[in-house]
Design a protein around this ligand. Sequence first.
Ligand SMILES: *Cc1c(COP(=O)(O)O)cnc(C)c1O
Ligand code: SF4
Length: 352
Amino acid sequence: MIPVSASTLDSNLIGKSEHSTLSWQQQMAQSFKSAGELLEFLNLKPADLPYSIDDSQPFSTRVTRHLASLINANNPYDPILLQVLPTQQENTDIKGFVADPLEEATANPIPGLIHKYKNRVLIIAHQACAMHCRYCFRRHFEYQQNNLNFENLEKIRCYLSEHPEINEVILSGGDPLSISDNKLAAIISTLNTIPHLRFLRIHSRTPVAIPDRLSDDFINLLTNQRLTTTMVVHINHPNELPEQLKRRLLSLKAAGVNLLNQSVLLKTINDSADILIELNKKLFEAGVMPYYLHMPDKVQGTSHFYIDHTQAAEIWDKMQRELSGYLVPKLVREIPGKVSKTWVNPTHESEY
Ligand SMILES: *Cc1c(COP(=O)(O)O)cnc(C)c1O
Ligand code: SF4
């Protein structure tokens, strides 16, 4: 993150409507970093809320002003607020909810690289995210040991060169869009030198926190290189997709970048077919095709977001009945040790 000097931080610029006049780095720097700050901005008092806040969580609060401006402060169950506000429920310990449910630590051959599936690898491009989602499955990941420095990038290049079965590299995190375009360019140009690589994928939730991160410079960076590129945005609720983000996504698409979305199915946030139906229509209007609807992982401290299979399958069934086929995401979960994500079967019996 680029540090912002005091002189560039004109307090008049921090108001709700003008936040986008700041660079994305400035917007990142001006995030709310505690539940207290966020609630103050929203004019809410902890005592007004029907649940208890826990501002001492080691996985800290992080909310950009753009994201905060999308929250309806009159609704304590606002779907964006609940995704970013740390509550006492995170201290509930439930059997089966563990720190590393995906067992990623066992598929980590080089710091910064996860190779679980045959043809594709995941690069942890950066540990930080522009927002901290309370349900995050990487909230306990050992990021310190997975910093992508120059030395590790060279090791990753060697590893990829020695594995011709790998044709796609996925930049993930944390969030890969937390790093500068220069650093991204360095990673992407390294990948471009490996002849058997064909596809580049970027998974990011930063556009939800800071739509301006999808700048023209960033778009140029993705289009002036050899690999066929897909951006997978992580949008869970239609409220996360205002006009401003839609415009940036359409620019990205017009430049030739494929756009997909993955959502996590989360209790009280989007555990409703109607909400997800609206989300997928809105995504399509923004040039984004549905990819995955993820079952939540059993991560320690996130049990209050968990949805079971029966309910998930019912939601998915309704989506399938009411959406055009191409707008129905695959309902999947991740089971450690499997060769890919696992499709979750819907409830209804085959009709033939
Ligand atoms: C999810 C995931 C991928 C990508 O899987 P797709 O099904 O192709 O989206 C790759 N590597 C790891 C470690 C993953 O968790
Ligand atoms: S942006 Fe993704 S990786 Fe970062 S906190 Fe949210 S869910 Fe986790």
